[in-house]
Design a protein. Structure first.
Length: 465
């Protein structure tokens, strides 16, 4: 049975969905005012992998990831660039989908936007107001935090501890420093919507509660996001959702760990703010995904040139093993009967992979299993007698397990196969005609493309360096 580490209870729990066989999953998406950085890529990859694994285990997953497309940062950036908010947010939503698509992150089933959810947000706030959990002050609307008796249960903080560090900003009309804003009165020149409290726009926290309720219902199976969202964003989501709906908001809370750059916290002031679309100019997309998956999603991860290079080498080892098996399959008549010994090893590898992923999506251990598969595959591919059926099963298991992790091993290796094979055939012809200059030219051309040729008794074999 799948187990998740639930941030709400701080322990691993068996996963039991609300509706058998179905999963409702909400992930906090980006505020779209810039390109995403590698820190944003981590939850995208981590929770895409959770989604993929749930589907692999037979669940029907409805996956919702929102776009916050109205916000102080968005408005400020639009003003600085001299463009309207809608143009800015559309551009960066497209950029997000392009960058995450390159990392083989599947699009969500629903990508709701705040600006398309305004009616639901206003209705939600009105309901909180009716129940005396919300109050209007000077066109702003606030949530009465102290009225929600279990506030702090996600972040394990007491009301009194929170109150000691709270304050009221200039211009705020809160009854209590702990209260947080649900609706902001309009300021000159800002986007605004009509509401019972006058023109304005929603606060940050209410948006996700309204979008989750609209698309997944009052109680959802899984709510996920970065560790930095745990407080106050997710804490406030719980408070306003459970106050409004009188039911548990989410059964499982998943939070991914922080990412550092060369052992330092990523920040613009340190000059180490690494955007994904810049990183992908130097790092292969599958290497970046493989790197992210090499560490358990809850643990901190350090992005460095050395560790990226290690990830690239590791991913190359797995790809090369896959290619070795493909090559042996292509050149051997082989035995038709499966190899019982190798088939048992494959079954054990698959079981071990599932055990790793069942244990709170432990991709670090799952990657270790891929290396085990690569080692056994290499040994078998070099054996004197092999079974074509078993070779096919090895290839299928490579594709199955890497596919669960969102690693496109087959697609990568097929990109230039036809072109490479054609050049090799041309080289063979040149050698047969004793045109060694052309044969060497083709070898050098392939070497430039990091393709190494090996002349074997079975014919010419190639591999990627």
């Amino acid at each position: 049975m799948i187990q998740f580490y639930n941030s709400l209870t701080n322990k691993k729990e068996p996963f039991v969905p609300i509706v058998p066989g179905k999963v409702s999953m909400y992930v906090c998406g980006p505020t779209v005012y810039n390109y995403i950085h590698v820190g944003n890529a981590r939850p995208a990859i981590a929770f895409d992998t959770v989604r993929r694994y749930l589907a692999y285990r037979g669940y029907e997953v409805k996956y919702v990831l929102n776009f916050t497309d109205v916000d102080d940062k968005i408005i400020r950036t639009a003003n600085e660039l001299g463009e309207d908010v809608g143009t800015l947010t559309n551009r960066f939503i497209d950029a997000y989908l392009e960058d995450t698509g390159a990392l083989n992150v599947l699009p969500a089933d629903v990508h709701p936007r705040v600006t398309d959810t305004m009616d639901e947000i206003i209705t939600f706030i009105r309901e909180l107001e009716t129940q005396d959990f919300a109050y209007e002050a000077g066109g702003d609307v606030y949530f009465r935090t102290r009225k929600f008796e279990t506030y702090g249960k996600l972040s394990q903080q007491s009301i009194e501890d929170l109150r000691a560090g709270s304050r009221v900003d200039v211009g705020e009309k809160k009854e209590d420093p702990l209260d947080f804003v649900l609706w902001k009165a309009a300021k000159p020149g800002e986007p605004a919507w009509e509401s019972p409290w006058g023109q304005g726009r929603p606060g940050w926290h209410i948006e996700c509660s309204a979008m989750a309720k609209k698309h997944l219902g009052e109680t959802i199976d899984i709510h996920a996001g970065g560790h930095d969202l745990k407080f106050p964003h997710h804490e406030n989501e719980i408070a306003q959702s459970e106050a409004c709906n009188h039911t548990k908001f989410a059964n499982y809370w998943l939070h991914n760990g922080f990412i550092n750059i060369e052992n330092e916290k990523m920040s613009k002031s340190l000059g180490n703010f690494l955007l994904v679309h810049e990183a992908l100019k130097e790092v292969d997309a599958m290497v970046l995904r493989f790197f992210m998956l090499s560490v358990h999603y809850r643990h901190p991860i350090n992005y460095s040139r050395e560790l990226i290079e290690q990830a690239a080498n590791g991913w190359d080892r797995i790809k090369e093993s896959y290619q070795n098996v493909e090559y042996r399959l292509s050149v051997t008549a082989g035995l038709e009967e499966p190899s019982e010994a190798m088939e048992r090893k494959l079954a054990t590898i698959k079981t071990t992979f599932i055990e790793a992923m069942d244990d709170d999506i432990n991709t670090a251990n799952a990657v270790t299993v891929l290396f085990d598969l690569a080692r056994e595959a290499n040994i078998y591919a070099k054996a004197d007698h092999v079974s074509k059926v078993t070779l096919e099963h090895v290839i299928a298991l490579f594709e199955e397990l890497t596919g669960v992790l969102g690693l496109t091993i087959k697609k990568e290796l097929e990109l230039l196969d036809a072109e490479i094979d054609q050049l090799i055939e041309e080289r063979n012809t040149a050698r047969a005609e004793r045109n060694f200059a052309r044969a060497d030219e083709i070898r050098d051309l392939l070497k430039e493309q990091k393709i190494q040729l090996e002349d074997t008794a079975q014919g010419v074999r190639w591999k990627r360096l």
